[in-house]
Design a protein around this ligand. Structure first.
Ligand code: FES
Ligand code: FES
Length: 155
């Protein structure tokens, strides 16, 4: 067992865990942050995406031993985050909140994208969200929502 200390949505946390447990499991099981979803558990679907030190990562592939001192933002922290809040509002207004299983991951990838590139071109939005899979209604409204949030944040 190891002790890891990190920041989750602005709060310091300390967790005692096996070093090979995933960040996804720690968030969901130890911290009760169940907004982050498990899809494939193999880094392929993007449902488990969180932002770690500003970058979108698939939390099913991040091990406990890699999170010491990191800053993690999950979907639960988005309402307190300027870009995150703009994205949440835009997703609702654009009708991009579809199944709720993949959407937290899409929001987190979009959060990382807009923090790095506040004025993404349509192809950059597509590319930024290319690690997230939606199996039902498609991506158009999601891309529109990200563009809308970017427009509003630029004002
Ligand atoms: S659950 Fe992590 S990428 Fe699918
Ligand atoms: S909206 Fe979630 S899988 Fe399509």
């Amino acid at each position: 067992m190891i002790k890891v200390r990190f920041i989750a949505n602005g709060k310091r946390v300390e967790v005692e865990t096996s070093p090979t447990r995933t960040l996804l499991d720690i968030l969901r099981e130890d911290l009760g942050l169940t907004g982050t979803k498990e899809g494939c558990a193999k880094g392929e679907c993007g449902a488990c995406t969180v932002v770690m030190d500003g970058k979108a990562v698939t939390s099913c592939l991040v091990l406990a031993a890699q999170i010491e001192g990191r800053k993690i933002l999950t979907v639960e922290g988005l309402a307190e985050d300027r870009i995150g809040k703009a994205l949440q509002d835009a997703f609702v207004e654009a009708g991009a909140v579809q199944c709720g299983y993949c959407i937290p991951g899409f929001l987190m990838s979009a959060r990382a994208l807009l923090a790095e590139n506040p004025k993404p071109r349509p192809e950059e939005i597509k590319e930024g969200l290319s690690g997230n899979i939606c199996r039902c209604t498609g991506y158009v409204k999601i891309f529109d929502a990200v563009a809308l949030a970017a427009q509003r944040l630029a004002r």
